[in-house]
Design a protein around this ligand. Structure first.
Ligand SMILES: Nc1ncnc2c1ncn2[C@@H]1O[C@H](COP(=O)(O)OP(=O)(O)OP(=O)(O)O)[C@@H](O)[C@H]1O
Length: 240
């Protein structure tokens, strides 16, 4: 039976200074499933991802990974607990080669039970990166940089992958390729949180959906439920 609590947020509140952004955010990610976190611009999706990854400290509430609290943990410790962030905007090291970008992300051997990734495994999933292994990352196309950002996250041997707008600014053909890769990673048993502006793309890929609006969760369900009840999408995302 898959664990229903691969990732759990319980009444999480995050602030930027006095601005109260995440307001009692709670949701669960089930092991091996893709959860799409959808919402309009500025709804709080990136804040939520950064809070889970430990880049922002919640003022209250709890985040746990497979039942273990990561409260107060550093981003490095959170990474070691099995969470990897593919950040918005990719943030690859532009002057380093493709291989160097992957190697710097490598960390100690993963606890047993995890899929363990090395550079050659990444190249099997992303053959285009292998062809460009010696190129500086800054000279890759946007799509290739996105593949590299995903590859770099995989090098930490995660259990849970947080993907913040992985298709932003990419051509439709590359968006489809990113979708194929997300499906492949789910097949390997990874649990995935996918932040997306492309609602239809996200609904096609996701098992579960959470909608956030001005920092509050306003709807949740399976992707199939949301596709059936399009009023929720209309009300909260303006999708027709
Ligand atoms: N560094 C910051 N300082 C202050 N306010 C911030 C900061 N970053 C984001 N915000 C505010 O927090 C709110 C949530 O932003 P966030 O980036 O999490 O939204 P988002 O849903 O990811 O939006 P987008 O799709 O535009 O990336 C917005 O009102 C935004 O203006």
């Amino acid at each position: 039976m898959p664990n229903n609590n691969a990732l759990t947020l319980n009444a999480v509140n995050s602030f930027y200074g006095d601005s109260h952004i995440l307001q009692d955010v709670s949701f669960n990610v089930t092991e091996g499933r893709v959860l799409a976190l959808l919402g309009r611009n500025g709804a709080g999706k990136t804040t939520c991802m950064n809070t889970i990854a430990g880049l922002m400290k919640p003022r209250s509430g709890h985040v746990s990974v497979f039942g273990r609290s990561i409260e107060g943990a550093t981003p490095e410790a959170i990474c070691h607990s099995g969470i990897a962030l593919v950040p918005q905007g990719r943030r690859v090291f532009k002057s380093l080669s493709v291989t160097e970008n992957l190697v710097v992300a490598k960390r100690r051997p993963a606890p047993s039970g995890r899929v363990v990734w090395d550079v050659e495994d990444i190249f099997k999933v992303f053959p285009r990166l292998e062809e460009r292994r010696s190129h500086p990352a800054g000279r890759l196309s946007g799509g290739e940089q996105q593949m590299l950002a995903i590859g770099r996250a995989l090098m930490t041997n995660p259990l849970i992958l947080l993907m913040d707008e992985p298709t932003e600014g990419l051509a439709p053909q590359i968006v489809a390729e990113v979708g194929r890769i997300i499906g492949q990673l789910r097949e390997l048993g990874l649990s995935i949180v996918l932040v997306e502006q492309h609602t239809n793309f996200a609904l096609r890929l996701a098992d579960d959906v959470v909608i956030i609006s001005t920092g509050e969760i306003v709807a949740r369900g399976t992707a199939a439920d949301l596709i059936q009840d399009s009023s929720l999408l209309n009300n909260h995302l303006g999708v027709h």
